[in-house]
Write a new protein. Structure first.
Length: 482
């Protein structure tokens, strides 16, 4: 009996000791984007990162080469190591991360990785928003499983913070009818087109917040130099949530900046309408800072021209075309950048819908811009026709167009032109023809006997229907500077 009591006491003490002793588990924690199903950039060095105990040795071993890459956690417990990646393929790999106790990241693909950011037109999912449908969105959702081994998405949760955050509460997902409704529609069509042509996996990190301004995606140390922006928390709290400066940068960009990207696609600008004088430079400043944080040099930055929408600005002083003009000007100061024109991608009934249903057009045009400029697939046209010069004679304006080698593909039922006389009042052109031999539009209106200026698509909402022979739209323009 004594032996039995002693044994029971020994077992009880051992059990108590076990309850008081922490379980032996790995302290190493991968970063937010280092999850199952991720896509890593091909033929390069991909950053694998996370946290561990101060001074811990962390070993990262990818299955494609079984080579151990070692590093040590710093005093804050942060660690990162760049691993060599092979050519892209649909072969699923694994990566083992260990500080003595291993954990394994499964179903890793190697291909191309792009950061998709901006505001609601980049956020807008395949399922659409309330009252704003995505054209063909549910067809894409139904067929999403066909891309399960080819495309992956990481969707950064909508969040704001006054201080920079380190982690995002999300994970990479595999396309399916269940996972894809929330995917960025523009990002999805971009990824599909890249995958079709490059035939390697494509990963999209969607980091977009509806209504966000360019200042929302810029860090405090930069925004505090902008005299027109208050960073007083009391003032910020009074703002409409999506217009707040800095907070999306802190909560959404900062947690994903340590991943390795091949480029950035950007659809934003609506909330900066009316601030065209500062937009181009502030966008360039943001891009420069982002590239510094990402640490991959001047990776591509491709943006979408804001679509036609009636901001209800005065007809004689429309604000949206000036913001579009600033977007194009930004490409002159942002290296390795480009814009896709969207003047043709809104329906007449969408005058007061800031989210055009057609998201395939911006997605595909962004992809073709990347295919041409980044991947050398020059068979994909990316140069929109644009204004070259004009002359005024005999009650008409003759507008010469700088078009790609395949010219203009419309010479009748032309929409989008306006013309003004000395009174500076613009009237819709009622007679527009295109002369093939001179590559000129001949524009006139019965209400303007002595024209002095002509515009195309130069309004908040004035979709045009002129395309080049490559079917890219004529970029909106004005011949005046009123």
């Amino acid at each position: 009996m004594f032996t039995s009591l002693r044994l029971n006491l020994t077992l009880a003490l051992a059990a108590s000791a076990l309850m008081l002793t922490p379980a032996v588990t790995a302290k190493v924690t991968p970063g937010s984007l280092i999850t199952d199903n991720m896509v890593l950039t091909q033929n390069g060095k991909a950053n694998i990162y996370g946290t561990a105990d101060d001074g811990a040795t962390v070993t990262v071993t990818p299955s494609w080469n079984n080579r151990p890459y070692q590093t040590k956690a710093d005093k804050q417990g942060k660690w990162n190591v760049k691993i060599d990646t092979p050519a892209g393929s649909y072969t699923p790999y694994s990566i083992t991360i260990s500080d003595g106790t291993p954990l394994t990241i499964e179903n890793v693909l190697i291909g191309e990785v792009w950061l998709a950011s901006g505001q609601s037109n980049m956020e807008m999912p395949l399922k659409g928003f309330g009252g704003c449908c995505t054209e063909g969105g549910y067809d894409e959702i139904a067929q999403a499983g066909q891309r399960a081994g080819k495309i992956r998405f990481y969707t950064v949760p909508l969040k704001q913070s006054y201080t920079p955050l380190e982690d995002a509460e999300a994970a990479w997902t595999v396309p399916s009818p269940e996972s894809s409704p929330e995917y960025s529609a523009t990002g999805w069509f971009f990824a599909k087109r890249l995958n079709d042509v490059l035939d390697v996996p494509v990963g999209i990190v969607r980091c977009a917040y509806g209504g966000a301004k360019v200042e929302s995606w810029t860090p405090r140390e930069i925004v505090e130099t902008y005299a027109d922006v208050s960073l007083d928390p009391e003032e910020i709290e009074k703002m409409t949530h999506y217009l707040r400066p800095v907070l999306m940068y802190n909560a959404m960009f900062n947690p994903v900046k340590d991943f390795t990207y091949d480029g950035i696609i950007w659809y934003q600008g609506c909330s900066n309408v009316g601030q065209h004088d500062t937009y181009a430079q502030r966008l360039a400043t943001m891009v420069d800072h982002w590239r510094t944080q990402l640490g991959e040099g001047d990776i591509p930055f491709y943006q979408v021209e804001i679509a036609p929408y009636d901001y209800e600005s005065p007809k004689d002083a429309p604000a949206a075309p000036l913001l579009r003009e600033a977007q194009w000007k930004s490409t002159e100061i942002i290296p390795n950048s480009g814009v896709v024109c969207m003047n043709d991608a809104a329906k007449p009934y969408e005058r007061f819908n800031i989210h055009p249903a057609d998201k395939a057009t911006p997605g595909k045009r962004l992809a073709e811009l990347a295919l041409n400029k980044t991947y050398g697939k020059t068979q994909f046209p990316v140069v929109s026709p644009r204004y070259k010069s004009h002359t005024l004679k005999d009650g008409t304006a003759r507008v010469a167009i700088d078009a790609p080698g395949d010219g203009i593909c419309r010479n009748y039922d032309i929409e989008g032109f306006e013309i003004a006389g000395p009174d500076k009042v613009f009237h819709p052109a009622d007679n527009v023809t295109f002369e093939w031999r001179t590559n000129e539009f001949v524009v006139s209106s019965k209400d303007v006997p002595e024209p002095v200026a002509v515009r195309y698509g130069w309004a908040d909402f004035l979709p045009g229907n002129v395309h080049g022979g490559n079917y890219l739209p004529l970029i909106p323009f004005r011949t005046d500077n009123w």
